[in-house]
Ligand binder design. Sequence first.
Ligand code: BES
Ligand code: ZN
Ligand code: ZN
Length: 507
Amino acid sequence: MKISFAPLGTPSKGSLIFFVPYAKDSSSTCILMDSVRSIDNAVEGAISRAIETAKFEGNVNSILQIEAPSRLSVNRILLVGVGESSKITRLILQRAGASAINALSKFKESEAYMSIDPYPSLNMKPSEIAAEIACGAKLGSYRFTEYFTKPSPARSALTLENLFLMVESSEESETIFKLRNELAEGVKLARDLVSEPGNIKYPEAIAKDIEALSEFGIEVDIIRRPSLEAMGMGALLGVSQGSIREPIVGVMRWNGSLKGPKEPPVALVGKGVTFDTGGISLKPSGGMEEMKYDMAGAGAVIGALRAIAGRKAKCNVIGVVGLVENMPDGAAQRPGDVVKTMSGQTIEVINTDAEGRLVLADVLWYTQSNFKPRAMINLATLTGAVVVSLGTHMAGVFSNDLELANKLVNAGKLVGENVWQLPLDPRYDKEINSEIADMKNVGKGREAGSITAAQLLERFVEDTPWAHIDIAGMAWMKRSDDPVVPKGASGFGVRLLDQLISSNFEV
Ligand code: BES
Ligand code: ZN
Ligand code: ZN
């Protein structure tokens, strides 16, 4: 879908879209802005009649369509509700843009024109409003069609080829959109990586994608087995030893701080298990194919760095991803094995399916000791238990620093990638003490599974402000009620991390 910006006008084909606010204090249903009024006059009041008939109020997520309006040659007019105008947020605008695109796909529309008005009592210029709507349209129009060899089936087809945003200062709007588009590209990269199957995106393949980020001014370091062995990453190497795919730790660095490259970075760390069979503690076969998305933490970190560097964020950011494949094999690690981590601590591997924490134990330690970050945030599809606690609407966040946890909660609210804090506590920590090593990789049975996993990670963090986000329920959407997140790979975490950085760590 090509997105362009144009001056205000009346199109002669395609679909014409208006974003209309809800009228709180008036007896009329929704507010008709200037451009809608003039079109309403042109169609002899057909729009206002349709609004009356349908009792269309302009609420968020509501859409009214008027097919083949007389006296205009457009296919249809769509009114998309944006709610009370004083309460409009960037997220509401993005979702409205995405909803419009999705509605049009059902009509097999190929061309759409969005007419952008200034809203009363909204502290945003029309050029910004248009850029935000365009960003949402782009996020919501994502489809992964890589492997269809015939025209893609209707369920995934997006028919829209051209989207025009008509706005008074279209050039300014286009400039603003270029920056917002960097974020959308970061989300797209994360979604692509997560959608790809395990036979395509194994560690070395993802390393190639990471190397390609140097185009955006990101410094890249790909660390392979000999160095991982030399550093003593026994826990990460233990997970990968049953796979013919070589383990890799990928490091990305964006130096955008105005204080220079020596300023301590924010570190983003991702679990990148490119396929999780469970290893010798083999997972049941039903649904195992989903475990291609067990690298979604790494995908989000890679996408976030792409977004942050693309918009030239004024902050130093490090991204580190642990890329391994967890397979059963003659060489695979066994339940009961004891591994030595880079930190020197030992772990008894009770269950080879609790592998993400083993990978992160080494990657967190490496990140903290090498880069001395001012804050460290890891994302991981770590436990099925977090899906039991929070379902598919929020990710769980665990932190040794309440301020950092709150920053994540607030950033999440702004972008619609919500996180909810869950506890860490010495009583849970005790549950991972082992009889023969410093710790074991699972707690008591199924109890508090997400917390005991987080407790293990915490043992590899010293005094760095740190947060762990368990995204197991958020990385892949079987169905979605958020228009900017299509079904499938969500790219969860990219917008959250980008917002966390822009709200708290720039300049
Ligand atoms: N990758 C899984 C967690 C997961 C489950 C992610 C569902 C996405 C959706 C993780 O490696 C795992 O297998 N965890 C086990 C831990 C258990 C063995 C203690 C789990 O959650 O069952
Ligand atoms: Zn597992
Ligand atoms: Zn896993």
